[in-house]
Design a protein around this ligand. Structure first.
Ligand SMILES: [Zn+2]
Ligand SMILES: [Zn+2]
Length: 335
């Protein structure tokens, strides 16, 4: 079968590898769609603790083509999206219901082969039925589940005003979830024209960073919640000025590992600010599937590129240069 294998950082080849066979409790999935994510670029660049050689891709769905022994509730022919995290189940954080914080956390597409291949082996517990959802929507279940995780952690109350920094696919999913939770105003900020345009066509108040800076006084202390979906330190260090006293800040974007921003403890104290981080996902996968199925999430405008498996180099380059929003790879298309 064809697979996109990263042998070492910056060494990505499309190659034939042996088709895996499902072992005990495992299923074989023919991958029908797999989203390209910033994390894939970090793994490709060697900036993420992955295990090489690796077939990347942790945002995928497909059709079950074989099942191993001891597999329940999943059968050949089922359409499933894959929850990529595998947590140990026995460490302190797993036992406290925080599986994404598991000390031994592994993930398909990071430590075990993932979705940029015609086939992928996963544990049956990681497969979730997607019913009538399209495959490209199925590839968005994982990013949406991560966004739900963040929104559930920070909480959004009806009538609140929210400002979101970064209008990539993640920023636009987070903004949509805020609106679904009843936010009265959702402002989305980005530097790229294409993303500002996408934000306003989704009905958000869209601002360029330049516009925000020039009208800063108007936006100062104006929001109950500020969300970073950019990972840019220049954004994160300025976020406190946009929230009202008693406001909340959600750090969702992935900043560089060694990035530092100054915080003023007195300001956090005096203004009773709450700073919340959100990493990956916990138990939000089935909710994400239901939300996509309900039609309440506008995901189509988020998908700007569709490509076969060989398109992965191009998709990673687009990601690096901020071209478009989400690219989806269809690994089984040229079988
Ligand atoms: Zn991702
Ligand atoms: Zn654990």
């Amino acid at each position: 079968m064809k697979a996109a294998v990263v042998n070492a950082p910056h060494e990505l080849v499309i190659t034939d590898i042996e088709e895996p066979r499902p072992g005990m409790g495992e299923i074989l999935v023919e991958v029908r769609a797999c989203g390209v994510c910033g994390t894939d670029l970090h793994i490709y660049d060697g900036q993420f603790p992955a295990k090489y050689p690796i077939v990347m891709g942790h945002e995928f769905c497909g059709v079950v083509v074989a099942v191993g022994d001891n597999v329940s509730q999943i059968s050949v022919g089922d359409k499933v999206a894959i929850q990529p995290n595998v947590s140990c189940g026995s460490c302190e954080l797993c036992r406290r219901g925080r599986p994404n914080l598991c000390q031994g956390l592994l993930a398909y597409g990071v430590h075990m082969h993932g979705g940029f291949a015609q086939m992928c082996i996963v544990r049956h517990e990681n497969a979730f039925h997607i019913g009538g959802l399209s495959f490209e929507a199925g590839a968005l279940v994982e990013p949406l589940a991560c966004c739900l995780h963040g929104i559930n952690l920070v909480g959004v109350n009806a009538g609140e005003r929210v400002i979101v920094f970064g209008a990539g696919p993640i920023g636009l999913l987070l903004a949509q979830l805020c609106r679904l939770r009843g936010a009265s105003e959702v402002v989305v900020v980005d530097v790229l024209e294409e993303r500002i345009h996408a934000s306003s066509s989704l009905g958000f108040v869209a601002l360029s960073s330049y516009e925000l800076n020039s009208k800063e006084a108007e936006h100062t202390h104006s929001y109950e919640l500020a969300i970073d979906a950019s990972g840019a330190t220049a954004v994160i260090e300025r976020m406190t000025r946009f929230v009202r006293d008693g406001g909340r800040l959600l750090i969702f974007g992935v900043a560089p590992l060694d990035a530092d921003v100054p915080i003023r403890p007195f300001e956090i104290y005096r203004r009773e600010l709450t700073l919340i981080g959100a990493f990956s996902l916990g138990y939000e996968f089935d909710s994400a599937i239901r939300l996509l199925s309900s039609g309440q999430i506008h995901y189509k405008p988020l998908i700007t590129h569709r490509m076969p498996l060989d398109g992965i180099h191009e998709a990673l380059e687009y990601k690096r240069r901020g071209v478009g929003l989400k690219a989806i790879v269809f690994p089984s298309d040229e079988v």
